[in-house]
Design a protein around this ligand. Structure first.
Ligand SMILES: Nc1ncnc2c1ncn2[C@@H]1O[C@H](COP(=O)(O)OP(=O)(O)OP(=O)(O)O)[C@@H](O)[C@H]1O
Ligand SMILES: [Mg+2]
Length: 228
């Protein structure tokens, strides 16, 4: 279905280009979903907290829904935003509330509600794989995964943008569907060159320094980020 909605501007300054010293900003309203990937303890959650505080500082902060299946990242935001920790709740909110009601029901049928909504998932792996098989075969795991894909695919044209973080490069988690729907990526240090290849189609992330050292991958181009 065609949409006449115009995407709003949601600028987000990430840091500086270490070579030119120019600010590196992305506009969620233009670039859509963002994937943050890289090995454990390399700075993904730290980066998400920075993004949340920058969005908070915008003249009109967007609404945010924060998925925290590890139950350790977003507790501090509970007063201000919806924080979802429980996987049963997550299934219901992702599929029925966000995809069926919000996207299909409300935004597709009306051009009035165009207010931006940011969905943040900090750790995709834990949101999808409640069941230890680590393969999206279990029914509930499958529903959460498919709802995420539908939201990624259909959200941006209705001003719903998703920021996903994962330490996994497993093909069952960082699937082709996830990669195809998150063409803007921030990669932190990876353990292996092959992980870098999977995330940004190039080697290099295995040589990052850690502690937040990162590369922004946009439209096939890579830029180092020096955080502000
Ligand atoms: N840009 C940064 N500057 C300074 N310290 C940082 C930066 N990014 C991360 N760190 C530090 O590195 C540690 C790990 O960061 P973080 O929790 O963001 O990792 P992560 O990639 O989310 O790991 P996991 O995959 O296990 O969740 C934290 O103690 C954090 O303070
Ligand atoms: Mg983390």
């Amino acid at each position: 279905m065609e949409s006449n909605l115009t995407n709003i501007s949601l600028p987000l300054t990430l840091g500086l280009d270490p070579i030119t010293n120019e600010p590196i900003s992305i506009d969620l309203g233009k670039c859509g979903n963002i994937l943050l990937a890289g090995a454990t303890k390399q700075g993904k959650s730290h980066c998400i907290h920075n993004m949340i505080s920058r969005m908070n500082a915008l003249p009109t902060p967007p609404e945010m829904i924060l998925f925290d299946p590890k139950r350790c990242e977003f507790g501090r935001y509970k007063d201000r935003y919806r924080v979802i920790e429980d996987l049963e709740d997550a299934k219901h909110i992702l599929f029925e509330e966000l995809f069926e009601n919000e996207i299909i029901g409300k935004r597709w049928s009306s051009d009035k509600d165009n207010s931006p909504l940011i969905i943040i998932i900090d750790e995709l792996l834990d949101l999808i794989f409640m069941h230890k098989s680590r393969s999206p075969k279990h029914f509930d795991d499958r529903i959460r995964y498919e709802a995420i894909i539908k939201i990624l695919a259909n959200g941006p044209e209705h001003n719903i943008y998703t920021i996903i973080s994962t330490q996994s490069t497993d093909k069952d988690i960082l699937t082709k569907e996830i990669l195809d729907n998150c063409i803007n990526r921030i990669v932190f240090r990876t353990i292996y060159r092959l992980d870098s290849m999977r995330i940004i189609k190039k080697s290099g992330a295995e040589n990052l320094l850690g502690r937040g050292d990162a590369i922004l991958y946009q439209e096939g181009n890579c830029r180092k980020i020096e955080w502000l």
